[in-house]
Design a protein around this ligand. Structure first.
Ligand SMILES: NC(=O)c1ccc[n+]([C@@H]2O[C@H](COP(=O)([O-])OP(=O)(O)OC[C@H]3O[C@@H](n4cnc5c(N)ncnc54)[C@H](O)[C@@H]3O)[C@@H](O)[C@H]2O)c1
Length: 258
């Protein structure tokens, strides 16, 4: 697909070594951006960078605020500015709320909510003086509704949603836009590992999904490209579901055949 919507733009994507983050990095590079693909697994983003022109790799643990600050500062030093920041890392630890340990709670909050806060803050600090930029947080349907076994993750993603809205409202006249994408179940290594533990495994889980299939990481990347581009110039503070209608469903009504 010939697309120049991000020609010359500088973007950072965290958690770009796998799944949704990798798809966003690839799509942004294909649209003309210079992409800094950051991941705690440096070797994963190095492979991605080796395969795609316009992608450079950086090792980074997003749970450490100084690490994200350094990532953003180094990008600005090297590339002159930052146009797009995608805060993509987030992770659940499945289990009943009554059994969740303090350490699990802290870990899920660190990976999912604190990492997003660090990324939003670091990006705002360099984008606000230029009065330009797009920040995209990857949230989840679990941030809107209760889901058995996902309470800590859902609470953290609800935090991501409010952080997104608060940042957008606080900076509504700044030229910097802050939005979130709320993916449905997307076929990535992360979710396949989680679904494999469910009764019936991955195939049974996929059958329960409202659209009858997993989404593809590329379907999230397409929405991220829109939010990153100037076409979304009046989209700010949005929590955009990309989920095959999952979040629109009234749960008491059965799924129609077809
Ligand atoms: N896959 C889904 O169905 C789904 C649904 C809703 C929301 N999400 C959200 O989308 C995002 C991406 O999910 P995914 O399924 O692509 O995940 P994934 O597990 O496939 O990839 C996550 C990437 O993040 C990296 N990472 C983990 N900890 C890190 C850290 N501390 N610092 C830097 N990088 C780190 C991993 O190495 C990996 O490359 C997450 O925020 C997730 O909550 C996913």
């Amino acid at each position: 697909m010939n697309d120049d919507r991000l020609e010359g733009r500088i973007a950072i994507v965290t958690g770009a070594g796998s799944g949704i983050g990798a798809a966003i990095a690839r799509r942004f590079a294909a649209a003309g951006a210079q992409v800094v693909a950051a991941d705690i697994r440096a070797e994963a983003v190095e492979t991605l960078a080796g395969e795609h022109r316009g992608v450079t790799a950086r090792g980074c643990d997003v749970t450490v605020s100084t690490g994200i600050d350094a990532l953003v500062d180094e990008t600005v030093r090297r590339c002159g500015r930052l146009d797009v920041m995608v805060n993509n890392v987030g992770q659940s630890i499945a289990g009943w709320l009554k059994d969740a340990t303090d350490a699990e709670w802290e870990r899920v909050l660190a990976l999912t909510l604190s990492s997003t806060f660090f990324g939003v803050r670091a990006a705002l600090r360099v984008m606000l003086p230029r009065r330009s930029g797009s920040i995209i947080n990857i949230s989840s349907g679990a941030g809107f509704c209760g889901a058995p076994g996902l309470a800590t993750y859902g609470a953290a993603k609800a935090g991501v949603n409010n952080l997104t809205q608060s940042a957008a409202v606080e900076n509504a006249r700044s030229g910097v836009r802050i939005n979130a994408i709320s993916p449905g179940a997307i076929r990535t290594p992360g979710i396949l590992q989680w679904a494999a533990e469910l009764p019936g495994g991955v195939a049974a889980y996929e059958q329960t999904l409202l659209p009858g299939r997993f989404g593809r990481p590329e379907e999230i990347a397409a929405a991220a490209l829109f939010l990153a581009s100037d076409e979304a110039s009046f989209v700010n503070g949005a929590l955009l579901p990309v989920d095959g209608a999952a979040s629109a469903r009234m749960a008491a009504i059965d799924v129609p055949p077809g």
